[in-house]
Design a protein around this ligand. Structure first.
Ligand code: NAD
Length: 499
């Protein structure tokens, strides 16, 4: 098989230089190298930022009407190319095609939201705030902004940010994950086809070197990051130290609380869908099921039965429900938790290493795994595993369940399964987590709300997309105006007051 050469996209075209460093891109279903991606040096990042600076000089002045037209055209192209984009994702990430199509659909939703930028970015106007004086507010773009994204949603996560950033008049340098870089290039081509001026949307590939240059580059005004918590913290601290606006979304350990009155079949379906979908490589995956006594045995049995019916196979096969993990190193890391969980005293109810696919020497396979009787203090509980490993923690009461969720360092998503509206309402009030599902296992908010966790799952105060997104990618200006009034002149050195 020929290996594809994957390079940066700067000022509306592929980069033509020669990279000093490159990374390998795999087909996770076969384990074969399918591409080599150029890694940007500091100089290449500077080239992309310079293109974004140049483009900003024009894009900033482009009318809202024209910007919106480009967004609508991009929306149409994205919709028309959604299958191609999904296939690109599956080829490098490994997730099943339906799931990749779902990822594209959720990104498309943010593009559609951003098409409303004329309405979203409107200011306010107060006539006669003082005698003869009007006050109004306007929101303006920031300049070139950086987006740094993780491997698990190579199309959707960048689309949490760039539609609104571009709609609001900013220019973008995207640094996608080096593990699955090709989706971002298809998006870049669609932008060009939609009529976006060169340099408004740029892509640089690479690793820490490229990220760190973006974080310190004086022309980059804001950074949107999504990835693991240690890197999110580094991005937040470094970016803000360099005077930038930063939103850095980190890792997760999402708990699903199942109360004794819940419909256990519904809860088991939800746990399996949210635990093993995308092989658990979702920041909103459920990784801990908290079973309130006495539902533990019934729930574990139901989950076990459903796991037995799951088809694990290549993402391109129509009957596959779950694909491989993204790399061999990640698969080995996840499999390591199976050993540590057993050593720590958890009960291995389903062992993913025994799945027939796990024996396939090509591809990064691990079957769905279920641990029972997990407790805080065990690595399988404390760490974000980011693989197809579901842990069941048993607790004696609702209160013990909420206390467990609230004591966790992460606060991305959570869900409660119950038929008791009062209990659900109390949970939504008490739980210290940014996104809550009530009988909904993966509560990713729709585009017109905002996405973001609490605690170690987000650094900064702006969530992604929705109103927070509009606010993040614009800065406010308040104007106080008075037009010449011959009766209103005179010298007055006092501080202006209203009259
Ligand atoms: P990662 O942190 O390894 O990488 C994220 C990005 O940072 C990539 O572009 C990568 O190239 C770059 N990077 C990696 N190490 C770096 C370093 N030392 N310095 C500077 N940049 C660095 O994350 P990942 O493995 O690609 O993605 C999985 C993680 O992302 C999980 O922890 C998951 O929970 C998290 N995630 C969170 C959300 C959310 O909304 N909170 C969404 C998706 C994924």
């Amino acid at each position: 098989m020929t290996e594809q050469a994957i390079t940066h996209w700067i000022a509306g075209r592929p980069w033509t230089g020669t990279a000093q460093r490159r990374g390998e891109v795999y087909d996770p279903a076969t384990g074969q190298v399918t591409g080599r991606v150029d890694f940007a040096s500091r100089a290449v990042v500077d080239e992309a930022v310079a293109a974004a600076v140049d483009a900003f000089a024009q894009w900033r002045h482009t009318s809202v009407a024209r910007r919106t037209q480009v967004l609508f055209a991009f929306r149409e192209l994205l919709h028309a190319h959604r299958r191609e984009l999904a296939e690109t994702i599956t080829a490098e990430h490994g997730k099943v095609l339906d799931d990749a199509l779902g990822e594209v659909a959720r990104g498309l939703e943010v593009v559609e939201y951003a098409c409303g930028i004329p309405q979203l970015s409107r200011g306010a106007y107060s006539e006669q705030a003082s005698t003869g004086v009007d006050v109004y507010s306007i929101r303006q773009p920031l300049g070139p902004v950086a987006i740094i994204s993780p491997f698990n949603f190579p199309a959707m996560v960048p689309m949490w940010f760039f539609p609104l950033a571009i709609a609001a008049g900013n220019t973008v340098v995207l640094k996608p994950s080096e593990k699955d870089p090709s989706a971002s290039l298809l998006l870049a081509r669609l932008w060009a086809e939609a009529g976006l001026p060169d340099g408004v949307f740029n892509v640089v590939h690479g690793d820490k070197e490229a990220v760190d240059r973006l974080l310190e580059h004086p022309a980059i005004k804001a950074v949107s990051f999504v990835g693991s918590t240690p890197v999110a913290r580094h991005v937040y601290e470094t970016g803000t130290r360099h005077g930038k606006r930063v939103q850095a979304l980190g890792g997760a350990k999402n708990h699903m609380l199942v109360l004794p009155d819940a419909d256990l079949d519904l809860a088991a379906d939800a746990a399996v869908n949210a635990g093993y979908g995308a092989a658990g490589e979702r920041c909103m995956a459920v990784s801990v099921v908290v079973a309130v006594d006495p539902v533990g045995d019934g729930l574990v049995e139901r989950i076990r039965r459903r796991i037995a019916g799951l088809t694990v196979g290549p993402g391109t096969a129509p009957d596959s429900a779950m694909g491989p993990l993204v790399t061999g190193a990640h698969r080995d890391r996840v499999a390591g938790y199976l050993e540590s969980g057993v050593a720590d005293g958890a009960v291995l109810a389903v062992d993913g290493r025994k799945h027939p696919m796990a024996g396939d020497p090509g591809g990064f396979w691990l079957g769905p795994t279920l641990f029972d009787h997990v407790r805080p203090g065990m690595a399988v509980y404390d760490d974000e595993i980011f693989g197809p490993v579901l842990s069941v923690v048993r607790v004696p009461s609702y209160q013990a369940g909420v206390d467990l969720v609230n004591a966790n360092r992460y606060g991305n998503g959570t869900a409660i399964f119950t038929n008791d509206g009062g209990a659900a309402r109390r949970f939504q009030h008490e739980v210290e987590v940014g996104m809550v599902g009530i009988n909904v296992p993966i509560p990713v908010p729709v585009a017109y709300y905002s996405f973001g966790g609490w605690k170690d799952s987000l650094f900064g105060d702006a969530h992604a997309y929705g109103e927070d997104g509009v606010r993040f990618f614009t800065r406010g200006k308040a104007v106080t105006q008075r037009w010449a009034d011959p009766g209103h002149g005179g010298i007055n050195l006092g501080f202006p007051t209203n009259s």
